[in-house]
Design a protein around this ligand. Structure first.
Ligand SMILES: [Zn+2]
Length: 373
């Protein structure tokens, strides 16, 4: 008997925890796959077939690649210490593939969006290998608890015996290919994962960190390790900082005050909720506002201002992203904002200004979100 996904959110959450704790893995793939699926659900980046929602293996491969990308940097900045191991035995295949791609480009610190533009063929080769790795390794194994098949999150049309040739044919779009690349989410899973994302993300990060510490048998400082694996600071925002300031007409996005010489770039949707350096998610703020807002969600007033602001400045932002080879997908950012804000109830507390919070007003939020183009 295959288990199906429960409809109750709390029960579902407990089953996901069970899955995380009880399945065995020698690598960190399980965490990357789960986070990748959660991110795609938050973005509503799903394939719809009637009321069924799916993710393609290709979409997941791109997500997993983006998650591991900064984790292939040296563990200690400005040294040639190797990246941390994410597999028992040799380095995990997916990380090795990314490291090889970076070597091929001759730039270990290149950002993913630059790398894609720099060598499309090599990128395509890498992402296909990652896709294949996910297909034959974590995807058939991820939901197996005590050797029992469990379809809590998804069902797929292949098992461990899937052949490379079969997947290659599909990747080369050969008409003879019979590989079905859909990861079919169980009914309600996409909504449930999006609703629980703010709880599941830090939990998965913690489990991921524990495994990396274990695999590297080193004394690793927790905060340093977290920053290394998941931190925002691994991707410097300096290349776009000045022009963002111009786009914001020299004003702090939150208080409207004139920006001092030392100002900061803030993630409107906090990095801790959904890591997004997309050009639409970045605003400038003075140090006081940015520090005080921290990982809180901004209030409706700010949300409305942000919606209008990115709408008015979208041409400049897209141009900036193009010039600096930056992530430019604004639709993804507004999609995630819609997911996060529309899930809020009146109990949620939103950041309004320095040390000021207010309860969320779901009705007003709905009307603001309705205005996203
Ligand atoms: Zn301010």
């Amino acid at each position: 008997m295959k288990k199906k996904s429960p409809t109750n959110l709390i029960v579902f959450g407990e089953e996901v925890l069970n899955l995380l704790h009880r399945t065995r893995t020698v690598s960190t793939y399980k965490y990357a796959v789960l986070l990748g699926i959660i991110d795609l659900c938050m973005e509503h980046n799903l394939v719809h077939d009637g009321d069924k929602e799916s993710i393609t293996t290709r979409q997941l491969a791109e997500k997993v690649m983006a998650l591991y990308w900064p984790q292939t940097l040296p563990y200690k900045k400005q040294t040639d210490s190797p990246p941390l191991k994410q597999n028992s035995g040799n380095q995990a295949k997916i990380l090795s593939l990314i490291i090889d791609f970076k070597k091929h480009l001759g730039d270990g610190s290149v950002t993913l969006s630059k790398a894609i533009l720099a060598d499309k063929d090599e990128y395509e080769k890498t992402v296909r290998e990652i896709e294949w790795t996910l297909i034959h390794m974590p995807l058939p194994k991820l939901q197996r608890v005590d050797h029992a098949s469990n379809e809590l999150l998804y069902s797929i049309g292949w098992d461990d015996n899937v052949k490379r040739g079969q997947v290659s044919e599909y990747q080369r779009a050969k008409p003879s290919s019979d590989f079905d690349n859909l990861i079919r989410l169980q009914h309600g899973v996409a909504d449930n994962l999006a609703s629980l994302s703010s709880l599941l993300r830090p939990l998965i990060h913690n489990l991921w960190m524990t495994q990396v510490a274990h695999l590297n048998k080193k004394k690793l400082e927790d905060s340093q390790l977290e920053e290394y694996l998941f931190g925002a600071s691994r991707i410097p925002l300096t290349p776009i900082k000045n022009r963002l300031r111009d786009i914001h007409k020299d004003e702090c996005f939150y208080c409207g005050g004139k920006l001092p010489n030392s100002y900061e770039v803030d993630h409107f949707i906090p990095w801790a909720r959904y890591p997004d350096n997309g050009i639409g998610n970045l605003v400038v703020a003075d140090r006081k506002c940015n520090g005080n807002k921290s990982d809180f969600l901004a209030s409706e007033d700010h949300l409305e201002k942000w919606r209008d602001h990115i709408d008015e400045t979208s041409d400049d932002r897209i141009q900036l992203a193009r010039d600096k080879k930056w992530e430019g997908d604004m639709g993804r950012t507004t999609g995630v904002a819609t997911t996060i804000y529309s899930a809020l109830t009146g109990d949620a507390s939103l950041w309004q200004g320095i040390d000021r919070f207010a309860s969320a007003k779901p009705e007003r939020i709905r009307s603001i979100l309705g205005g996203f183009r």
